[in-house]
Design a protein around this ligand. Structure first.
Ligand SMILES: Nc1ncnc2c1ncn2[C@@H]1O[C@H](COP(=O)(O)OP(=O)(O)O)[C@@H](O)[C@H]1O
Ligand SMILES: N[C@@H](CCC(=O)OP(=O)(O)O)C(=O)O
Length: 372
């Protein structure tokens, strides 16, 4: 199939540190140019590419000649601050070979948390692509503290895919795809070539990163795949060193692990709810409310809340869990924590008399809720 006949219009390619360094301690520019060639080829065929690149910390270590530093947050930020410049310089030089400009977006979770900033970032991505410029995204590691960071580029790339309304997310790594066990520990593990549903049994197969290069391993790649496919985006996890891997993934050739998108994707605001805000608290639902919310698509009423955890204001995004602690949904609350503590377990009719005001019976309205 020719690239111009492809179903995909916009693709996010995520390159892990493991791919960019080819397992070494330095950026493998020879391989990066090959990846740039494949992406440039897509752009030429009219398929827009957004690159989500890791490697800032590795590039910083290389540039500073492998300093011996204690493993602290500040030192990682130092390495990222040095390395991000080197990384974007490398990419801009490599894409220039193919006559392409690049534009850098350094994001943190805080940029996605606020819907207005989220929409701003989306406008920037669209503007770059409209001018045939490749957006290059990384986390703004140099300023991101634990509270405001996404934390790993798998999740960041899924959020970028939602942000720019991509139709394919390609996660390239040092393994051929998702295996039924970590191939580093189980050499006889088998590649899973197709995934139609991400459930707890699949999550159990996906381990962390043990190479010392990447962050999160397959576990974060599965989280990313789950977010993307709920938004109607297909996902491929494959080896960044497989010949012509990007071209093959976009051509729908069998490569790595393919995740189908779900058929009725979430609408845009719910996509943001799923991927944008950090949750600030937890509502524990009794059995009746858990069933009403998950089985019948109902809003959450005060009567069904058995506990409230955390300090939060009205408008915060919360986790909704059942009494065993299983996360059922995330959603935006119409009442702050102080009020909820007073009305939890009470009938909707009592809200006004208990609080002296009433924002309505729905504590988390079903339009402000995403089931997980
Ligand atoms: N079920 C699995 N299938 C494949 N790889 C797995 C699995 N579980 C854990 N892994 C680990 O995930 C690693 C890839 O993730 P990571 O090290 O974070 O790389 P990257 O830099 O590409 O994000 C692999 O090297 C592998 O050891
Ligand atoms: N933002 C960090 C990478 C974080 C990360 O998730 O790394 P990886 O697992 O290699 O994709 C960096 O540029 O070094």
């Amino acid at each position: 199939m020719k690239l111009t006949e492809m179903a995909y219009r916009r693709v996010v390619v995520k390159l892990g540190t493991s791919v960019l360094t080819s397992g070494s301690k330095r950026l493998d520019k020879a391989h990066m140019v090959e990846l740039a060639r494949q992406m440039a080829c897509l752009m030429r065929a009219g398929i827009e590419v957004v690159l989500c690149t890791s490697g800032a910390i590795a590039a910083g270590r290389e540039h500073l000649q492998y300093p011996v530093l204690p493993d602290t947050m500040a030192n990682k930020q130092l390495l990222a601050a040095v390395g991000q410049g080197q990384l974007i310089l490398a990419w801009s030089q490599l894409f220039a070979i193919y006559g392409l400009h690049v534009g850098q977006l350094l994001l943190t979770r805080a940029d996605l948390h606020d819907r207005e900033r989220y929409l701003n970032a989306r406008d920037t991505l669209n503007a770059l692509l409209a001018h045939n410029i490749i957006p290059i995204i990384n986390e703004n590691d140099a300023v991101a503290t634990n509270e405001i960071k996404v934390g790993d580029n798998d999740n960041l790339s899924a959020r970028a895919a939602l942000l720019c309304d991509a139709d394919l997310l390609i996660l390239l790594t040092d393994q051929k795809g998702l295996f039924d066990a970590d191939p580093r520990k189980h050499p006889d593990a088998k590649l899973i070539s197709q995934v139609v549903n991400i459930d707890d049994s699949l999550r159990l197969l996906a381990g962390g990163s043990i190479s010392g290069l990447g962050t999160g391993g397959m576990a974060t790649k599965l989280e990313a795949a789950d977010i993307a496919r709920r938004a109607g985006i297909e996902v491929v996890i494959a080896s960044g060193h497989h010949p012509d891997v990007i071209h093959k993934a976009v051509s729908k050739e069998a490569v790595g692990t393919h995740f189908s998108a779900i058929e009725n994707p979430l609408e845009s605001r719910k996509q943001w709810l799923l991927a944008g805000p950090v949750t600030e608290g937890v509502l524990v639902l009794d059995a009746g409310a858990a069933s009403a919310v998950t089985q019948q698509g109902r809003s959450l009423l005060s009567k069904g809340i058995s506990a409230v955890k955390g300090e939060f204001e009205r408008g915060a995004t919360l986790q909704l869990v059942d009494e065993s602690g299983k996360v059922l949904a995330r959603g935006m609350t119409r009442y702050g924590a102080d009020a909820l503590v007073k009305i939890a377990g009470k009938h909707s009719d009592e809200i006004e008399s208990v609080l002296g005001y009433d924002y309505g019976g729905a504590i988390v309205h079903r339009n402000d809720m995403v089931l997980l």
